[in-house]
Design a protein around this ligand. Structure first.
Ligand SMILES: N[C@@H](CCC(=O)N[C@@H](CS)C(=O)NCC(=O)O)C(=O)O
Length: 288
């Protein structure tokens, strides 16, 4: 599985690589970004852990890499960052590019079971399996045994659900403004109806962080979540973090920090980026 390098950009002493590969799960070429911290160039034998950043609606792998400021702390800690795209592109499915919250840019990190989306909208398999396998094969400086995950909005939903569905696969999880209970908000209902079908409510629950956390039987949780008090999507009831916190009662620590005056944008993420990388670093470096 070869990877094509489109650009190499110096960033915080390391390298941000703009890459692409032909993915079989999503049936198209997928672009992604990979940040290699300075530790990998200083000593090629030094293996670094990886954190996967899942972006939100309308995003590609570029948004987090260019506006999240995650490379700052990652370069200090010696952590690589993988920035995937949020959906397949150009599958020529009717209506694919018509709305910002469904289809391209809105894969919701699920494997669609409903036609025609089931042809390539397999972002769950792509993120949990095909993409990391490709990265570990092509970049030997990354330690495939030490991987964490985090994300924003739709990507926060992705990070929480991938972590909760795969106990032990990821060393830690955190999120900015996650869609924490998609089966009960408009964004989630639209996506799950489209990708799974209206009738398939069991499948909906399998990809809902609030439903999943109720069933959690793994290690005590330690989840960091930032939500801005000026986040319009929170105010519209798209995020529902309180439902997640209530459902996680007795399962460990869910630290929701209400950030006064902050909105849904990348300014919020850039501001608290270091905290999320440091949260992951505790599990990827100190407890590993
Ligand atoms: N276009 C949508 C908003 C979409 C949106 O805010 N997307 C967030 C993730 S949910 C984002 O990160 N956008 C890209 C950016 O800010 O760089 C609207 O106008 O309501």
């Amino acid at each position: 599985m070869s990877v094509q390098t489109k650009a190499t950009i110096a960033s915080f002493g390391g390298k941000l690589l703009k890459l692409a590969h032909n993915a079989t799960t999503t049936n198209c070429e997928m672009g992604f970004n990979l940040y290699l911290p300075p530790q990998t160039t200083i000593n090629a034998l030094h293996k670094v852990p990886l954190i996967i950043y899942l972006a939100g609606l309308t995003c590609t792998g570029d948004n987090g890499a260019e506006k999240g400021f995650f490379q700052h702390a990652a370069s200090q800690k010696g952590i690589a960052i993988l920035y995937p795209d949020t959906s397949p592109r150009g599958l020529k499915i009717e209506g694919e590019d018509d709305s910002y919250d469904f289809g391209s840019g809105a894969g919701f990190y699920v494997d669609a079971t409903r036609e025609p989306w089931s042809k390539g909208y397999k972002m769950y398999s792509y993120i949990t399996s095909e993409l990391p396998k490709t990265v570990f094969e092509n970049f030997k400086e990354i330690d495939g045994e030490r991987v964490s995950i985090f994300g924003h909005s739709m990507g926060g939903h992705g990070a929480l659900t991938l972590f909760l569905r795969n106990p032990g696969k990821y060393k830690s999880v955190s999120a900015f403004a996650p869609i924490a209970n998609p089966i009960n908000c408009d964004w989630g209902k639209r996506a799950f109806e489209g990708y799974f079908g209206e009738e398939n409510k069991e499948k909906w629950a399998e990809h809902d962080a609030t439903e999943l956390v109720k069933k959690w039987k793994g290690e005590p949780l330690d989840i960091l979540i930032d939500v801005g008090t000026a986040d319009n999507f929170y105010k519209q009831g798209q995020l529902l973090p309180e439902n997640f916190v209530n459902a996680a009662e007795g399962k460990g620590k869910v630290n929701v920090r209400w950030q006064d005056g902050y909105d849904h944008s990348y300014f919020t993420m850039a501001t608290f980026a270091d905290d999320h990388i440091n949260h992951a670093a505790r599990y990827l470096l100190e407890k590993a």
